[in-house]
Design a protein around this ligand. Structure first.
Ligand code: GLN
Length: 483
């Protein structure tokens, strides 16, 4: 049995029973990375010797058996800080920069027995839906090398799909965990805003960003959340309160759950094949004993427009810190300080990041603030209200994760608007700060995965995961990208 193909829950059980060691798992993961990295280009940093060495010392000590994650490796999106490791955010502007500290989520993972593995590829500063905006070139979709793995956490999703990782971390500002999970046929979960500390996540849009796991099953996501969540003094937006055991009710099944389908929002359109896959699933869920009700989300169709004002406004402010003084790249060409700022940023940032800084600065400028930024905030509150109303009638809303299966590399990169529209179904969830999880629900005629996402009530990841787990069992998706 190849251990890199197993999920976290199974590996933890076997490790606890003394059947396998962290070194066994790390060795299989390293072998898969060596076999596949050249084709897929998942990692921006991967130190196999360090991974094996850490796994060996944990194995020798035997202590791993007393920790929840039992010495299993976790790959990390390269916009999350791992102490003393380079962090690029997929950008040239951070050339040469190393993280001076561990992100809180990394601290939590280590405390619970994880080994921190390689850093995965992403769109520059997590801005994009395909990893094509990475300054270091795109990652390829394990299901088809001509196709994008999705983005921005494309490296994290492709790594899990290609069994080069057991689990990985992504970040989701407008869909960046769920959409690549859907494109790669794996599970991607965005917790409630504030569930996981953002300390040590390089900020893109602070009111939307959230870290979450990419895994091979819903159960694995629950195990990851169990060790990732919690209030953090270093992040004022992290939420207080006890963290439940997210794995406790996983097997309670579909009965008693109500799923809401927002037919009015689905009218924004999607590929026929996506619609078919989604509609069949809705029918099955109902047949298997869940209640399915229609809900209405009249404002969700404005979410993309609203998001590109709010996210870019926040990005223009967050990215002001990359000016050649404190972080990474500084131009060689600096006759005065102003020219130094300008040239550093011109040389360091890619086109998409520049586009967003320009748009974000514009919508915040004196004459336009009311017309754009303030207006977008009002629309945001309407989207929040749509969900609140929907959740009065159902436990979770159900939507396709993306309007199409994976698109081809190069297909949308010249047309930003087209690229932005690939997030129609994920963005509203970030605006509302809600938990959402995408699971694989089948394959298209050309063997590309479909994903469906479930959106829960604020802080009710437990019920959400219970529903997603029940649907996962029903779908029983077992396909693999490699024959
Ligand atoms: N694709 C969206 C964007 O480009 C979302 C990105 C994300 O969630 N980080 O902004």
């Amino acid at each position: 049995m190849r251990l890199n193909e197993c999920g976290l829950a199974k590996l933890v059980t076997m490790a606890k029973a003394g059947e396998i060691s962290p070194l066994d798992v790390a060795s299989h993961v390293v072998a898969a990375v060596e076999a596949r990295e050249r084709d897929l280009r998942v990692f921006l940093d991967f130190d196999k010797d360090e991974l094996l060495q850490t796994a060996r010392s944990l194995t020798d000590s035997g202590d791993y058996r007393r920790t929840p994650l039992c010495g299993m490796p976790v790959m990390i999106k390269d916009n999350i800080c791992v102490k003393d490791k380079p962090i690029s955010c997929g950008s040239r502007i951070l050339t040469g920069y190393k993280s001076p500290y561990d992100a809180t989520v990394v601290v939590n993972l280590r405390k619970n027995g994880a080994i921190i593995g390689g850093k995965t590829n992403l769109d520059e500063f997590a801005m994009g839906s395909s990893t094509e905006n990475s300054a270091f070139g795109p990652t390829r979709n394990p299901w088809s090398s001509e196709h994008a793995p999705g983005g921005s956490s494309g490296g994290s999703a492709a790594a899990v799909a290609a069994d080069m990782a057991i689990v990985s971390l992504g970040s989701d500002t407008g869909g960046s965990i769920r959409q690549p999970a859907s494109f790669c046929g794996v599970v991607g979960m965005k917790p409630t805003y504030g569930r996981v500390s953002r300390y040590g996540l390089v900020a893109f849009a602070s009111s939307l960003d959230q870290i979450g796991p990419v895994t091979k099953s819903v159960e694995d996501s629950a195990l990851m959340l169990n060790v990732m969540c919690g209030e953090d003094a270093n992040d004022a937006t992290s939420l207080p309160g006890a963290v439940p055991d997210f794995a406790a009710n996983l097997d309670n099944g579909l009965k008693g759950l109500t799923f809401g389908v927002p037919r009015d929002f689905l009218e924004v359109g999607m590929d026929e094949s996506v619609k078919d896959n989604f509609d069949k699933l809705v029918t099955n869920v109902q047949r298997e004993g869940a209640r399915v009700v229609d809900v209405s989300m009249p404002h969700a169709k404005y979410a993309v427009a609203c998001y590109y004002i709010i996210a870019n406004a926040e990005a223009s402010s967050n990215l002001a810190r990359f000016d050649g003084v404190k972080y990474g790249h500084r131009t060689q060409n600096d006759d005065d300080i102003y020219a130094m700022y300008v040239r550093t940023r011109d040389e360091g940032f890619g086109d998409e990041v520049k586009r967003r800084i320009l748009l974000g600065t514009y919508v915040l400028s004196a004459g336009y603030y009311d017309a754009y930024y303030l207006q977008a905030q009002k629309v945001r509150s309407l989207v929040v209200a749509d969900f609140a109303k929907a959740h009065e009638r159902c436990d979770m809303v159900m939507l396709p994760t993306a309007p199409s299966p994976a698109f081809k590399l190069g297909e949308k990169i010249e047309d930003p608007l087209l690229m932005y529209l690939s997030d129609v179904f994920t963005i509203p969830i970030n605006l509302a700060g809600l938990p959402g999880v995408s699971i694989p629900t089948g394959l298209s005629a050309d063997r590309l995965p479909f994903g469906v996402q479930f959106i829960g009530r604020p802080l009710d990841e437990s019920t959400l995961l219970q529903g997603a787990r029940a649907v996962e069992k029903l779908v029983d998706f077992r396909e693999k990208p490699f024959a």
